[in-house]
Ligand binder design. Structure first.
Ligand SMILES: [Zn+2]
Length: 446
């Protein structure tokens, strides 16, 4: 069915990956954008009556329409953690892992993983996220866990890149099973909506033997790794003490770095690490809310070479990756960067994100005719003219303080569909809650 959104600021991307807002109408059909028709001013002409077989029209009333949001580091498995009774100490990063996350992930079975994915999907759509890179852990239910997540995300029309966190902390057998789980998605290429990476927890829980095993399994396959690096100073210290190497040096030793890889956090990376990362083309993913929550410190953003791609994630704290970007903007200002430098950095990050996501989804939209009809209509009407020059001011101070009114994926309003699903029956929320209660029981007894 032909659809048209009228009176919107359509924030297209040009061939240099710069944002170029156009005020007007966007027409789409069969999942693709047919035309973007500029207008000189808002039209108050009445919309055509709608019928099921006729075209459908939406009046955006001057709102902003942008690319979909991409979350480059999620932990869907964290979704049922809220309100769990924590008994052990939580005074530093390793204690937080021991008392909460490593205890929680051992409790998860596939029905809980499914419920976590449903909750994460609903939250992601609410914040305009229709592309996500997940880093999963359920060490007692490894096999089939990624397919369980994939099924749910596909059901909600979210495109994803999945990875299972390989770690030695639960023994060699589970580590090898986890490698196998990753290989299912990384080596198949028949699904345009679900891709895979090789997930690694963090180097301080991975032995040289396991890294060698992984390196042999993915040799020559151009598979990207998805790993936590230097999140806490403990990761750097343990690698130095046990293996005599810095983080990036150890990854390089096993040939695990490439331009398709995600290095998450990087709070305590050293200048010698950046030299290696720069050569490899791997990207660093910042998760500022999580870093603040865990009190692990913050990266010195000014010390990161310009050529290292920077991406944003939520680390399972929430699904609002736009909030992560806003937080990053404020923290960079707090560290003393000028407005000019910080706005320029936002533009660089935006370009880095586009380049990275296209490696996994080459058809990622630019909102140009012929592209996929993937976009978000935000509940933000710019009070002053929106142009290429002031886009980031509107985006950071206006748009990101609102929520989407519609989220389209291949021409379908997937946010509306999710809301309808919730309104028509409470079954979905009941199912999620049931699994949350099961987790609560098991976690309490553990
Ligand atoms: Zn993480």
């Amino acid at each position: 069915m032909r659809q048209i959104i009228r009176n919107a600021y359509i924030c297209q991307i040009n061939e240099n990956d710069e944002v170029q807002p156009v005020f007007g109408d966007i027409e789409f059909d069969a999942g693709k954008i047919k035309a973007v028709l500029p207008r000189s001013s808002r039209s108050f002409a009445p919309l055509k009556p709608q019928s099921p077989d006729d075209s459908k029209e939406i009046d955006a009333q001057g709102r902003m329409l942008t690319l979909p949001q991409v979350n480059f580091h999620e932990h869907i498995y964290s979704r049922l953690a809220k309100g769990l009774p924590i008994i052990g100490p939580m005074n530093n990063f390793v204690e937080i892992l021991n008392s909460l996350w490593w205890k929680l992930d051992r409790c998860l079975d596939l029905p809980m993983v499914r419920a976590s994915a449903q909750m994460a999907a609903l939250e992601s759509l609410t914040h305009g996220v229709t592309y996500l890179f997940d880093h999963h852990a359920s060490p007692k239910s490894v096999t089939g866990s990624l397919q369980t997540i994939a099924d749910v995300l596909q059901d909600f029309k979210i495109r994803s890149v999945l990875a299972f966190e390989v770690s030695d902390r639960n023994g060699a057998q589970i580590a090898r099973q986890s490698v196998e789980e990753n290989l299912i998605f990384t080596t198949r290429d028949n699904n345009a909506d679900v891709k895979g990476m090789m997930g690694l927890h963090a180097l301080f829980t991975l032995s040289d033997e396991t890294l060698k095993y992984i390196a042999e399994k993915i040799e020559g396959l151009k598979i990207g790794i998805h790993i936590h690096v230097a999140e806490d100073a403990a990761d750097v210290r343990i690698n130095r003490q046990k293996y005599g190497k810095s983080i990036a040096d150890r990854l390089r030793q096993f040939g695990l770095l490439n331009e398709r890889s995600l290095l998450v956090h990087g709070v305590h990376l050293l200048p010698q690490d950046y030299r290696i990362i720069q050569e490899s083309g791997a990207a660093v993913v910042y998760n500022p809310d999580s870093n603040l929550n865990n009190a692990v410190g913050l990266p010195d953003f000014a010390a990161v070479p310009e050529t290292v791609p920077v991406l944003l994630g939520t680390d399972g704290m929430h699904a609002n990756v736009g909030k992560s970007l806003k937080q990053l903007f404020l923290l960079r200002r707090h560290q003393g960067a000028s407005f000019e430098e910080t706005f320029r950095w936002m533009q660089k990050i935006h370009k880095d994100q586009l380049r990275f996501v296209r490696q996994y989804f080459p058809d990622f939209t630019r909102l140009q005719p012929g592209d996929r009809a993937d976009f978000v209509l935000w509940d933000y009407v710019p009070p002053t003219p929106l142009t290429e020059e002031n886009f980031w001011g509107h985006y950071l101070y206006g748009l990101l303080e609102t929520t989407p009114t519609a989220v389209f994926q291949a021409g379908q309003d997937v946010l509306q569909e999710a809301r309808k699903r919730l309104q028509s029956n409470n079954e979905l929320l009941d199912k999620i809650r049931k699994q949350g209660h099961r987790l609560f029981e098991i976690f309490t007894q553990d």
